[in-house]
Design a protein around this ligand. Structure first.
Ligand SMILES: [Zn+2]
Length: 494
């Protein structure tokens, strides 16, 4: 059974699905897995006629706690400030707004349309979390107990799960709340609380409500479940390990907020060459890059084709990883297997495309042949992806460029190979079908005592400057016949 059907088989009553993203940098392709999984769950529930609400949030109240090197100079001064307050990369936008917009665009392409798209900072300002804030401050003992039981470590009596935005330096990451009198929290903005930002030393008392500060994020996670009535929220493996933030939030929602835990669903990362894909290590690609080369259907397919808790290997650069993904998509789409059909159903987006009856790798070869463009016209969408793949990701061995000048590689061809080319050039105008022509080429080579490899490499060397290439007959017939004849004669007379 398709994993989402199985997971939701026994679900009852109204469902609230939540997922969120911290808009602090470029959206890596791995960050799309959560949204696609949650969207698939929402779609499966709706198909079952279950009353479903799908919320997707941008956690822009989080402080900036790291920046890529290229932004350090311009934005280093905002380290510690909430994402919604720091200036954006372009005029008229905030830092969090910039990356939220980026993610929103990707969600749109992936056909993910949450019922509520929220900015956490706005909800704080509107007082939506005021009730939860009062609970975690009033019942701070219970919050501390959950942490203490989980981590087997005593917390100090002055630890509160809340941080204020310093009214003086606007930083949140540097503040510490040390007391709560039922109306105001007492805070300090510390120079050395964290290594990535320096507080200003300000001390004071302030109301914790209406956006003056935020709950620490594990507590905030539980507070969202309590406030929105969340019944389903999955978590990536980095949060879902034993004793991790997902577990803490689960305990908090039950023991502090006295509400039911949401359905637990941990999902795995992508692996690239067996290693965790990460942008900092240059492994993998961004969400935007992924959509440009595989399209939204393959992107969704990649995220839901296996159970979420299985790590999926995907190495897009310099490998056949992308053609293999298209092949697998094609095989699922043509399969009669019910599970495969379900995967394809939930991979589909509003962008309608024709499923090609030839492989992606063949389309990629045809896309590189100057006169074969009409052959791939009916596979327009895949041809576009193939061109991107060839240009940016394909291994050198898959790139074929017709050489405008005589390639220097022809110098290594034998007398027989040169003779072969001369014979082929006299067959070019005979109007043979590609299949027949291919056989003819092979036979001509055999007559000259050449094996298959020697035969075809003569052609590839002359046209591409390589010893391998796409099917020779198709390659030749895709080109201007006069050009090929001239080239082959040039080589054989060389
Ligand atoms: Zn300060």
């Amino acid at each position: 059974m398709f994993w989402a059907d199985k997971l939701l088989e026994k679900i009852e009553g109204k469902q609230v699905i939540n997922d969120s993203f911290t808009p602090s940098g470029i959206v890596h392709m791995g960050s799309l897995k959560g949204p696609v999984i949650h969207d698939t769950l929402a779609k499966v529930l709706r198909e079952k006629k279950v009353d479903t609400e799908f919320r997707y949030g941008f956690d822009d109240m989080d402080p900036i706690d790291g920046l890529p090197a290229n932004l350090m100079e311009s934005h280093g001064k905002y380290m510690g400030q909430p994402l919604f307050m720091a200036e954006g990369l372009e005029k008229g936008e905030t830092f969090g707004g910039h990356f939220s917009k980026m993610m929103e665009g990707l969600l749109n392409q992936l056909d993910i349309k949450p019922d509520f798209l929220y900015r956490t900072s706005v909800l704080y300002k509107e007082g939506v979390f005021n009730k939860a804030i009062k609970i975690v401050l009033d019942d701070v003992d219970k919050v501390r107990k959950v942490y203490e039981d989980m981590y087997k470590k005593k917390l100090s009596d002055t630890w509160y799960p809340f941080q204020v935005i310093c009214p003086n330096c606007k930083k949140l990451g540097t503040t510490k709340v040390i007391n709560w009198d039922g109306e105001k929290v007492e805070y300090e903005c510390l120079p050395n609380l964290v290594i990535w930002a320096k507080g200003c030393g300000q001390k004071g008392k302030i109301s914790p409500y209406d956006g003056k500060g935020k709950m620490v994020w594990k507590v905030e996670w539980a507070a969202k479940w309590f406030t929105f009535g969340v019944t389903i929220e999955g978590a990536g493996k980095d949060h879902a390990s034993a004793g991790g933030s997902y577990d803490i939030a689960m305990e908090l929602v039950e023991k502090v907020f006295k509400t039911k835990k949401p359905l637990k669903l941990a999902y795995e990362f992508f692996l690239s060459g067996g290693k965790k894909m990460s942008s900092s290590k240059g492994l993998g690609i961004t969400g935007d890059e992924l959509l440009k080369v595989v399209g939204s259907e393959r992107a969704r397919f990649l995220m839901i084709k296996t159970e979420p808790n299985v790590a999926v290997e995907f190495s897009p650069k310099g490998t056949d990883g992308i053609p293999a993904l298209f092949d697998q998509y094609q095989s699922f789409a043509n399969s009669k297997d019910k599970d495969h059909q379900r995967v394809i159903q939930f991979s589909k987006t509003a962008q309608k495309e024709n499923l090609p009856d030839i492989r992606f790798s063949t389309i990629a070869q045809l896309a590189q042949m100057p006169n074969a463009q009409d052959k791939i016209k009916k596979y327009e969408e895949w041809a576009e992806y193939a061109k991107v793949w060839v240009e940016k990701y394909a291994p050198e061995s898959e790139k074929f460029t017709i050489q405008k000048e005589l390639p220097k590689e022809v110098k290594n061809l034998s007398k027989e190979q040169k003779k072969l080319l001369s014979k082929i050039s006299s067959e070019i105008f005979k109007d043979l079908h590609a299949e027949e022509f291919q056989t003819k080429i092979y036979e001509l080579g055999k007559e000259l005592g050449l094996n298959g490899k020697q035969t075809f490499s003569a052609i590839y060397n002359s046209l591409l400057g390589k010893d391998h290439g796409p099917k020779a007959a198709w390659l030749i017939l895709s080109l201007d016949k006069d050009f090929v004849k001239k080239r082959f004669e040039e080589v054989s007379n060389d």
